[in-house]
Design a protein around this ligand. Structure first.
Ligand SMILES: Cc1cc2nc3c(=O)[nH]c(=O)nc-3n(C[C@H](O)[C@H](O)[C@H](O)COP(=O)(O)OP(=O)(O)OC[C@H]3O[C@@H](n4cnc5c(N)ncnc54)[C@H](O)[C@@H]3O)c2cc1C
Length: 467
């Protein structure tokens, strides 16, 4: 199909869909680009939803682009829910019955909060936290309540705890694992976050699972029980047990293996698993249909240390950028995931992770962990025992330079080189106490060494010289 004047339709105005649209426009003047979303008129930062609830921001402040941006760049926005896709006719059908044709379709429909079939999970006052509508619901559901229960100890769970805490609503936080997020964080880090959660007067229940959610006669939640038989009275339950690809609306289509609906050809059945199955070029099994962001599932993981489904902000942006490149280039490239990066916040403790730092590691790796005496600042390095090359780093209340660690890990720098250059690898705000010397002293003591902090000239630092 000729690339001129194509009608490219993107379902989803999140980071992946919007990035894809922007980058297509940069390289293709003639494309007709439409972004559809049922959630909001404009793209907003999902990661900032909590700040609206806490009163630090208004919705307007979470929009990375001014409203005029879309018209200026000739990107049409349509506010609607797509109910069905007719892949045969290349047409979308909206919930109001209208339809829209496409030449190229990009599915960027994100995630939805998990529900595991608990009794009472659909009662009033029980909800997940993903969309703008979830935020509005949470605003309504948490008026004048005396206790909330959060189920699930991940990143959205702890955000929800902070949100409720900011409104002085007592929170009981049920975490199935023995320590907070200990399937991702090594034990010392998990324990540090346990302590931090407790310091914020959250009733943290480790090793505790939800039994059922109990409602009153009006269908409103009034309590939960735990699997160990305890009953906790509450008027709000936040379900934050992870997310999964938001592809339910596609189930209205014939799914692979089932009998195709009339009007659909067998080969026009979209292949799905947990997500929409794609190759490294984000192609689905249907020509001219692509999937990116949280809703996409790679047929094969894009790298040995990566998952088939990537559900973070920066990977969504990379998916969008790669697909836009491929849609506008004669030489498509496969997705290169690069060095893993993620960042989050546990109340006042900012967290960054780069590369490979699993919760547990095998004999071939060694780790250096340092925590300050106050137990709120920490850093961990993982490196190869025999090659001494840096593999990854976790940092807590310690801001690291993204470009520095991206390079150090992808190029396999010696761990000791990174350690002696920590002064230039960090960008803690001015007046923050620096701890790089304490970390090096800690290592020297452990290993009986006398490594010194590399002195980088101020000028070199200014021009961004790297080790
Ligand atoms: C509270 C919260 C905090 C988070 N914090 C972080 C963080 O700190 N760091 C990080 O890396 N990641 C974070 N994430 C995850 C991150 O926000 C997601 O990975 C990212 O937003 C996914 O982008 P996306 O473009 O794939 O989809 P989404 O942002 O989910 O956008 C999908 C869009 O598609 C629309 N849509 C879906 N189906 C249809 C349909 N049938 N018709 C019309 N429109 C449809 C949806 O309404 C939505 O607007 C957080 C997520 C949440 C919920």
């Amino acid at each position: 199909m000729s690339k001129a004047n194509r009608n490219i339709v993107i379902i989803g105005n999140g980071i992946s869909g919007v990035t894809c649209a922007r980058h297509i426009r940069k390289k293709d003047e003639s494309a007709h680009i439409t972004i559809i979303s049922g959630e909001t008129d404009h793209f907003f930062s999902r990661t900032a939803l909590m700040y609206i609830y806490m009163g630090h921001m208004k919705y307007e402040h979470t929009k990375p682009y001014e409203d005029w941006f879309w018209k200026k760049n000739r990107i049409n926005l349509k506010r609607a829910w797509v109910e069905k896709i007719d892949f045969e006719e290349k047409s979308l059908i909206f919930s109001n019955g209208e339809s829209m044709a496409y030449d190229v379709l990009v599915l960027a429909t994100g995630s939805k909060p998990n529900k595991f079939g608990w009794p009472g999970q659909d009662l009033k006052g029980v909800q997940g936290m993903y969309s703008f509508q979830d935020l509005e619901l949470m605003q309504a559901n948490t008026q004048n309540i005396s206790r909330a229960v959060i189920v699930g100890g991940g990143l959205i769970g702890i955000e929800m705890a902070e949100m409720l805490n900011s409104r002085k609503i007592p929170v009981t936080f049920l975490v199935r694992e023995n320590n907070f997020w200990d399937n991702i964080l090594p034990l010392e880090e998990s324990k540090m976050i346990n302590r931090h959660i407790l310091e914020h007067h959250i009733d943290l229940r480790l090793g505790t699972e939800l039994g059922e959610i109990i409602g009153d006669e009006s269908g409103m939640v009034k309590a939960i029980t735990t699997k160990s038989g305890e009953t906790i009275a509450c008027q709000f339950v936040g379900l934050t047990v992870g997310v999964s690809p938001n592809i339910e609306f596609l189930y209205a289509q014939p799914s692979k293996g089932s009998k195709p609906l009339e009007g659909f050809l067998k080969e026009k059945v979209l292949q799905t698993n947990k997500g929409i199955v794609v190759d490294r070029f984000f192609k689905t099994n249907i020509p001219d249909v692509y999937a990116i962001g949280d809703c996409a599932e790679f047929q094969e993981a894009p790298a040995s240390d990566r998952k088939n489904i990537e559900q973070v902000w920066y990977t969504g942006r990379m998916h969008g950028e790669t697909l836009a490149y491929n849609l506008t280039s004669d030489n498509p490239v496969p997705y290169q995931p690069g060095v893993w990066f993620n960042s989050a916040k546990f109340f006042d403790i900012e967290y960054q992770t780069y590369g490979f730092v699993p919760a547990n590691w095998s004999e071939e790796y060694e780790s250096l962990y340092w925590e300050d005496a106050g137990g709120k600042i920490a850093i961990r390095f993982l490196y190869g025992k025999s090659d001494m090359k840096i593999k990854g780093v976790n940092a807590f209340r310690w801001r690291l330079r993204h470009d520095y660690f991206d390079k150090a890990i992808s190029e396999g720098w010696m761990f000791e080189k990174v350690l002696t250059h920590l002064n230039i690898a960090s960008f803690n705000p001015e007046f923050f106490k620096s701890h790089y010397k304490a970390v090096l002293d800690h290592y020297n003591k452990q290993k009986g060494k006398s490594l010194k902090v590399h002195k980088e000239s101020f000028f070199k630092k200014l021009i961004g010289s790297r080790a």
